[in-house]
Design a protein around this ligand. Structure first.
Ligand code: 5GP
Length: 144
């Protein structure tokens, strides 16, 4: 993509230049804990392909991404024991996107619990790792 910024934070995570608490990786996809979670268990799933938003992703990559989002969302739901899971995906700053490497949010939801603020409060890596440890072992078991 011509306007893809190779220095965006997710590109740096993909290159191993910035840290993340990883929960899943395959040839085309990476999933990791959101460092400013809107709920406990907030996970991000990104394609490895350079794409600012979903419109930049080719069909084959979009399919692989959504299949992995479903697989990881099942594991998150099971690990967190939440009755609801919100999948969110923002395209463009007008839509609220702040990191311009396309991604899905997987956010556990509980009845009567409001959604936390978007990209506001940083969580400690140790706390994220504890949650990731619950999610990781459930990923392959929950594959369709
Ligand atoms: P967007 O606003 O683009 O839909 O979402 C970007 C998400 O990336 C936000 O939820 C924000 O908390 C998260 N985020 C921003 N910087 C980092 C980072 O360095 N590491 C991780 N793991 N998440 C990040």
């Amino acid at each position: 993509m011509s306007d893809y910024d190779e220095d965006n934070i997710f590109a740096k995570i993909l290159r191993g230049e910035a840290p993340c608490v990883k929960i899943y990786e395959d040839a085309d996809t990476l999933a990791f804990m959101d460092v400013m979670p809107q709920a406990e268990g907030h996970v991000l799933v990104i394609p490895k392909a350079e794409a600012c938003d979903m419109m930049d992703l080719n069909g084959a990559m979009a399919q692989k991404l959504i299949v992995n989002v479903q697989k990881i969302a099942r594991a998150v739901k099971s690990a967190l024991g939440c009755p609801g899971v919100m999948l969110a995906q923002l395209n463009g700053s007008a839509a609220g996107q702040t990191v311009f490497h396309t991604h899905f949010h997987i956010i556990p939801r509980h009845d009567g619990v409001d959604l936390g603020f978007h990209a506001k409060e940083m969580e400690a890596p140790e706390a994220l790792e504890k949650i990731a440890e619950k999610i990781r072992p459930l990923i392959s078991e929950t594959t369709a």
